[in-house]
Design a binder for this molecule. Structure first.
Ligand code: PEP
Length: 252
């Protein structure tokens, strides 16, 4: 039985003040969250503040990205050791904004995935197709290629302790959610693909859905057989909305 996970990706939003308010709001409602594990991914500079505020709660903290390098002359980069050092448990790798805006390839993403694991972080590996790829009918091919880059570098066993987030790019920040059936179809494809290599890994890996998840649609999405929670962008910036999403697995 996989525990559902709800992870909030705050992206490049917030200030010392607004983040304090957001975290206070999340802490106030945590007692009502029964079954989901919860994680928040603040911008790098606010991570220590958020870790301190969430100390003693069940909420884990994650980075939004990680360097593929360990240390040295890599201006602007933040390593997995640093994220671990300041109290992170998770890190998002291969978010579609990294892939599309910053041109990060499948291979580069795979190296970040490897770096995250090497330094004791749980990677949340984002995969997903563009609208034109869905329209061409190549969603499975795209997602398989993104997964294969990681499997080739790290081996299938590396996914057993990782999290995969299926995020159709056309649904991220657009208000257009994949229907529960559309999402389930790709989640099932991912699990079957992994099962072809290692049934145990396929059974264990948490596969989150991301793309305009909100309180109003979370329970229906999380109720699908292969959807183990969500990676939440915009809706994670409101404590009430985020908490309602965190409670959604309790209704399933
Ligand atoms: C995301 O950034 O991973 C995401 C899913 O964003 P949103 O929920 O805003 O679509």
């Amino acid at each position: 039985m996989r525990q559902p996970l709800v992870a909030g990706n705050w992206k490049m939003n917030g200030s010392l003040d607004s983040i304090r308010t957001l975290v206070d709001g999340i802490k106030a409602g945590l007692g009502e969250v029964k079954s989901a594990a919860v994680c928040v991914c603040p911008p790098y500079v606010y991570i220590p503040q958020v870790v301190e505020m969430l100390d003693g709660t069940v909420v884990a903290v994650g980075g939004q990205d990680v360097s593929d390098q360990e240390a040295g002359a890599f201006t602007g980069e933040v390593s997995g050791t640093m994220l671990k050092d300041v109290g992170c448990r998770y890190v998002i790798v291969g978010h579609s904004e990294r892939r599309s805006i910053y041109g990060e390839s499948d291979e580069f993403t795979a190296r970040k995935f490897a770096a995250a694991r090497r330094f004791g972080l749980t990677p949340i590996l984002c995969v997903g197709e563009l609208l034109e790829e869905r329209e061409k009918g190549i969603t499975d091919e795209v997602v398989a290629r993104q997964l294969d880059a990681v499997i080739e570098l790290e081996g299938i066993a590396a996914l057993a302790d990782a999290v995969i987030a299926y995020e159709p790019v056309w649904a991220i920040g657009t208000g257009k959610t994949a229907s529960p059936e559309q999402a389930q179809e790709v989640h099932a494809f991912i699990r079957q693909k992994l099962a072809g290599l290692d049934a145990g890994v396929a059974e264990k890996v948490q596969i989150l859905y991301g793309g305009s998840v909100k309180a109003a649609n979370a329970a229906e999405l999380f109720g699908m057989a292969d959807i183990d929670g969500g990676l939440i962008g915009g809706a994670s910036l409101s404590a009430d909305e985020f908490l309602a999403i965190c409670r959604a697995p309790d209704a399933v």
